[in-house]
Ligand binder design. Structure first.
Ligand code: PMP
Length: 400
């Protein structure tokens, strides 16, 4: 990666910038994303769809332009690309609308043992309310999904398979195409949590043939408060609106209402206009670099990190390390005899930010037989020098 990448991130321009290795939680923002927000608020600020005046029209153009960029980025059509607050809202949206409307007592939902709480809790709530059963695809000892169990787990009662594209704890990249093909054979729909993949590898929802896909902008250089829910067009008739109000009404009387088509059908109220424009700018930024270069760079860094961590005797790494060396961007580990929070606090004293805890994946941490872990997650602005410094500091902690 060219050194000038770092120069495009104001956060990294301080005299002694924080060594930011918590990118799976959220990423720093390039100047072009900050500028897109500033330009909108400074020069074109208005709400969308309403104003018959120039800045209202410009705001609408910018917002819809962002939708088109994001749709192209994931291989979707604009009307299939719904702006949300983020991954969590996207999954709650699907559970509360399609799930509530289409799932009935006795139906089954199939999740995996490596899901983030965001892809478990909404389904548990729905299951309790409607009498559904939830099953889980187990893990292999390497930290991949044990797909040999799929044929027995998928039954005609399975109505939804919810799976993370890349695990936020193990870094595992799951074979979505295989899961989709088998799920569709029994008539189940598939929701993919792309929170950890969308900013790192190319996604094409049409090629993957997924039914729903969700992600958050803030993990891919964009502002907080914006995310995307992809809903396959052929499902629109079976997905009722999530919220009701301005912006999605075709005609409303004092007794009832009819609604416009997607995407506006699913975006009641004034949307996060600036944040969507910021997401469009993040997509431009990622496109300007290209996923081939980005993935290759991240994987080189990740392999270097894994090699270094493997040489520290009291560190135990989790996850499919060979896979992560090929195409990884995060790795989790435990330091024997030191609590994960103490590891992170020690690194913080040395100006390094990493994550400690259960990463909102308590069932997975339990399956791994741990109480908590540390996680280092990389992005395009991290460097080998940063990793070498981290390894030195970790070595000094482990020698104590
Ligand atoms: N799923 C995964 C795999 C995640 O890593 C995260 C964020 N940690 C989420 C869902 C939730 O994302 P958000 O908080 O942006 O809604």
């Amino acid at each position: 990666m060219k050194p000038d990448i770092r120069n495009t991130f104001p956060f990294l321009q301080k005299e002694k910038p924080l060594i930011f290795l918590d990118n799976a939680a959220t990423t720093q923002k390039p100047q072009s994303v900050i500028d897109a927000l500033s330009d909108f608020y400074s020069n074109h600020y208005s709400t969308i769809h309403r104003g018959i005046y120039s800045s209202g029209e410009k705001a609408t153009q910018l917002y819809q332009g962002a939708r088109e960029k994001v749709a192209t980025f994931i291989g979707a059509r604009p009307e299939e690309t719904i702006f949300t607050k983020g991954t969590t809202e996207g999954i709650n949206f699907v559970a509360a609308t399609w799930g509530d409307e289409n799932l009935n007592a006795g139906d089954e939902i199939l999740l995996t043992q490596m899901e983030h709480h965001a892809n478990i809790a909404p389904w548990q709530e729905l299951a309790q309310r409607k009498g559904l059963a939830i099953k889980f695809i187990p893990l292999t000892s390497e930290g991949t999904l044990d797909l040999s169990k799929l044929p027995e787990l998928l039954t005609p009662k399975t109505k939804l398979v919810g799976v993370t594209h890349i695990s936020n704890v193990l870094g595992t990249l799951n074979p979505i195409d295989t899961i989709v093909a088998q799920a569709h054979k029994v008539g189940a729909r598939v929701l993919v949590d792309a929170a950890q993949s969308v900013g790192h590898i190319p996604i094409n929802v049409a090629a993957l043939d997924v039914d729903f896909l969700v992600f958050s902008g803030h993990k891919m250089l964009a502002p907080t408060g914006i995310g995307v829910l992809y809903i396959k067009k052929e499902l629109h008739d079976s997905v009722p609106p999530y919220q009701f109000g301005g912006g999605m009404i075709k005609r409303l009387t004092l007794s009832d209402a009819s609604y416009v088509n997607a995407p506006e059908r699913y975006e009641a109220g004034t949307p996060p206009i600036a944040q969507a424009i910021g997401l469009g700018a993040a997509v431009d930024y990622l496109n300007s670099i290209g996923f081939e270069k980005l993935s290759q760079y991240e994987s080189e860094l990740c392999a270097h990190l894994i090699d270094g961590l493997s040489q520290i005797s009291n560190i135990t790494l989790v996850g499919p390390l060979d896979q992560l060396r090929q195409h990884g961007h995060l790795v989790s580990f435990a330091v024997e005899g030191v609590h994960a929070h103490d590891v992170a606090a020690f690194l913080d004293k040395h100006n390094i930010a990493i994550r400690a805890g259960h990463f909102c994946a308590q069932p997975l941490i339990e399956v791994l037989g741990k109480n908590s872990l540390n996680r280092i997650s990389l992005y395009l602005y991290n460097t080998k020098e940063e990793i070498n410094y981290l390894l030195d500091v970790l070595n000094s902690l482990c020698k104590k």
